[in-house]
Design a protein around this ligand. Structure first.
Ligand code: FES
Length: 94
Protein backbone atom coordinates (compact mmCIF):
# COMPACT_ATOMS: atom_id res chain seq x y z
CA UNK A 1 0.00 0.00 0.00
CA UNK A 2 1.24 3.48 -0.85
CA UNK A 3 1.26 5.88 2.09
CA UNK A 4 -0.39 9.27 1.91
CA UNK A 5 1.69 12.05 0.43
CA UNK A 6 1.44 15.78 0.15
CA UNK A 7 2.85 17.69 -2.80
CA UNK A 8 3.72 21.20 -1.73
CA UNK A 9 3.95 23.66 -4.62
CA UNK A 10 5.44 26.92 -3.43
CA UNK A 11 3.11 29.81 -4.15
CA UNK A 12 5.10 32.65 -2.72
CA UNK A 13 6.26 35.52 -4.92
CA UNK A 14 9.38 34.19 -6.62
CA UNK A 15 7.90 30.83 -7.51
CA UNK A 16 4.65 32.40 -8.67
CA UNK A 17 6.61 34.61 -11.04
CA UNK A 18 8.25 31.46 -12.38
CA UNK A 19 4.92 29.80 -13.11
CA UNK A 20 3.98 27.92 -9.93
CA UNK A 21 0.24 28.28 -10.52
CA UNK A 22 0.43 26.21 -13.72
CA UNK A 23 2.53 23.59 -11.95
CA UNK A 24 -0.03 23.22 -9.17
CA UNK A 25 -2.82 23.09 -11.74
CA UNK A 26 -0.98 20.29 -13.55
CA UNK A 27 -0.73 18.24 -10.34
CA UNK A 28 -4.39 18.83 -9.60
CA UNK A 29 -5.28 17.77 -13.14
CA UNK A 30 -3.63 14.38 -12.47
CA UNK A 31 -5.14 13.34 -9.15
CA UNK A 32 -3.66 10.36 -7.33
CA UNK A 33 -5.42 8.51 -4.47
CA UNK A 34 -4.01 9.49 -1.07
CA UNK A 35 -1.97 12.34 -2.56
CA UNK A 36 -2.85 15.99 -1.97
CA UNK A 37 -1.34 18.75 -4.10
CA UNK A 38 -1.50 22.11 -2.36
CA UNK A 39 -0.10 25.61 -2.58
CA UNK A 40 2.48 26.27 0.11
CA UNK A 41 4.15 29.24 1.63
CA UNK A 42 7.74 30.04 0.64
CA UNK A 43 9.93 26.96 0.90
CA UNK A 44 13.05 29.05 1.41
CA UNK A 45 14.59 28.33 -2.00
CA UNK A 46 13.49 31.44 -3.88
CA UNK A 47 14.89 31.89 -7.37
CA UNK A 48 15.17 28.15 -8.04
CA UNK A 49 11.51 27.57 -8.62
CA UNK A 50 8.96 26.67 -9.17
CA UNK A 51 9.85 24.57 -6.12
CA UNK A 52 8.00 21.34 -5.35
CA UNK A 53 8.45 19.35 -2.13
CA UNK A 54 6.94 15.89 -1.75
CA UNK A 55 6.26 14.91 1.84
CA UNK A 56 6.82 12.81 3.84
CA UNK A 57 9.43 11.66 1.30
CA UNK A 58 11.46 14.89 1.67
CA UNK A 59 12.00 14.89 -2.08
CA UNK A 60 12.63 18.27 -3.67
CA UNK A 61 12.19 19.17 -7.32
CA UNK A 62 13.18 22.55 -8.67
CA UNK A 63 12.42 24.52 -11.82
CA UNK A 64 9.46 22.24 -12.37
CA UNK A 65 7.60 22.83 -15.61
CA UNK A 66 3.93 21.94 -16.08
CA UNK A 67 4.76 19.47 -18.84
CA UNK A 68 7.06 17.58 -16.47
CA UNK A 69 4.33 17.00 -13.91
CA UNK A 70 2.74 13.92 -15.53
CA UNK A 71 6.09 12.10 -15.27
CA UNK A 72 6.40 12.98 -11.58
CA UNK A 73 2.85 11.75 -11.04
CA UNK A 74 3.41 8.44 -12.84
CA UNK A 75 6.90 7.57 -11.68
CA UNK A 76 7.08 9.09 -8.21
CA UNK A 77 3.57 9.47 -6.84
CA UNK A 78 2.15 6.31 -8.42
CA UNK A 79 5.33 4.30 -8.90
CA UNK A 80 7.23 5.29 -5.78
CA UNK A 81 10.43 6.20 -7.63
CA UNK A 82 11.54 9.83 -7.55
CA UNK A 83 12.84 11.14 -10.88
CA UNK A 84 16.57 11.53 -10.31
CA UNK A 85 17.15 13.86 -13.25
CA UNK A 86 14.69 16.39 -11.86
CA UNK A 87 15.85 16.44 -8.22
CA UNK A 88 16.96 19.70 -6.66
CA UNK A 89 20.75 19.33 -6.54
CA UNK A 90 21.13 21.47 -3.43
CA UNK A 91 19.41 18.80 -1.32
CA UNK A 92 20.01 15.69 -3.41
CA UNK A 93 23.47 14.58 -4.42
CA UNK A 94 23.71 13.70 -8.12
S1 FES B 1 9.16 31.84 -3.31
FE1 FES B 1 9.24 29.71 -3.68
S2 FES B 1 10.89 29.07 -2.46
FE2 FES B 1 10.60 31.14 -1.89
Amino acid sequence: MVSAKTVLVCHSNACRKQGAAKVLAAFQAHPVPDVSAIASRCLGQCGNGPMVLVQPDRIWYNRVQPDEVPAVVERHLRGGEPIKAMLYPKFHQP
